[in-house]
Design a protein around this ligand. Structure first.
Ligand code: ASP
Length: 359
């Protein structure tokens, strides 16, 4: 099925009953209202032509709860069939099944929720919100997460593949499995090599092989929230959960300090719980850029296995952090810069460069 990019948002607008609950306390803080996101937060558009950061900023500054505004924003990307790294049309796992990860944090209410390996729900960010607000838990996975989503009225779809994501999976399968799976190690290596070759050939956007949206916002009252949602690593081993739904890894929010979220190689970030680390570095006095760079240095120091290193000894993968201080100051940092992140504040929506630690 082909979906017109201008019309894919239709399903996106409403939050579930549980999602509508509880307005945050208003506290004047002197914060400059700001929303930041990974670069795709200023690319996918809804039926009105708005991107994630524009819609989130518009809703947030009109008084909508910051987290609800951010989730409405990332729903645009989750719905976009052309973003093969998030939600509907995300690149599937090695068995051809789209499985999604997401988490969210509400700074002022100290609530957090996540879902991992969720199938059949194109808006995992909304389910993560329901986990945060309607349960005593922080993380639901797999079939239990899907049952929870069904019980909370989230539509369950048979298959979140698009023609494009299925065709790309079939090509990957054809190339990696001509004789029905060699031994697991060889299969994993072959899979990685073929995936990277497909990136090099321009078949897959490098940002979407790994790929995710993280979106963070602060309003004038100083309420800080964040959300991360993804289809995870392309062709992953079924059951693999990345950093995106893990609090402290794919996202961390502290209402007194700010927010940080990540895209890129989830395993590296999981090992260091680096979004938490970024926020802790800001708490100790570093600005968003320096805090992000300090966390990258920590990941670099923990990256020792030769398979993860380039010939020059630097990491053979990228990790990006989107960092927002409570003041509204922000930064995008990565091992390797050259790409951009999305920003929307009083000066309007735009891309800003991601600064590289290693060039
Ligand atoms: N961090 C995500 C994961 O590892 C993917 C990405 O952001 O590119 O699942």
């Amino acid at each position: 099925m082909t979906i017109n990019r201008r019309h894919f948002i239709g399903a996106g607008a409403t939050l579930t009953a549980a999602s509508a609950a509880a307005a945050p306390a208003v506290r004047r803080s002197g914060s400059r209202p700001t929303v930041i996101a990974s670069g795709n937060g200023f690319e996918s558009r809804d039926a009105d032509g708005l991107t994630c950061v524009e819609l989130a900023f518009r809703q947030m500054t009109a008084g909508t709860d910051v987290l609800d505004a951010l989730i409405a924003g990332v729903n645009i990307v989750e719905n976009d069939p052309e973003d093969t790294s998030v939600g509907y049309g995300g690149l599937p796992d090695a068995d051809g099944v789209v499985t999604l990860d997401a988490c969210c944090m509400h700074g002022p209410q100290r609530r957090a929720g996540g879902v991992g390996a969720l199938q059949g729900v194109r808006h995992p960010s909304r389910v993560a919100r329901d986990v945060a607000f309607a349960t005593d838990h922080h993380l639901l996975v797999g079939e239990g997460a899907q049952r929870f989503a069904r019980n909370f009225g989230h539509p369950i779809e048979d298959d979140l593949n698009t023609d494009r994501s299925r065709a790309l999976w079939l090509e990957w399968k054809r190339r990696t499995d001509p004789a029905h799976y060699p031994d697991p190690q060889a299969r994993a290596e072959a899979g990685r090599e073929v995936g990277l070759a497909m990136v090099a050939e321009g078949k897959i956007d490098p940002e979407h092989y790994y790929g995710t949206i993280n979106c963070d916002g602060v309003n004038a009252a100083g309420d800080v929230c964040g959300v991360t949602t993804t289809s995870g690593l392309a062709w992953k081993i079924p059951g693999r959960v990345g950093d995106s739904p893990i609090l402290g890894a794919g996202l961390y929010v502290d209402n007194d300090v700010g927010a940080a979220g990540s895209t890129g190689r989830g395993e590296a970030n999981l090992y260091s719980l680096a979004s938490f680390l970024v926020v802790e570095f800001m708490r100790s006095g570093l600005g968003p850029k320096d805090a992000g760079m300090a966390a990258l240095k920590r990941i670099q120091s923990q990256t020792v296995h030769p398979r993860l290193l380039r010939e020059d000894g630097n990491p053979a993968f990228n990790v990006n952090f989107y960092v927002l201080a409570k003041s509204g100051e922000h930064a995008g940092v990565a091992f390797y810069g050259g790409r951009s992140y999305a920003v929307c504040d009083e000066a309007g929506p735009r891309h800003e460069p991601i600064e590289g630690l290693l060039g």
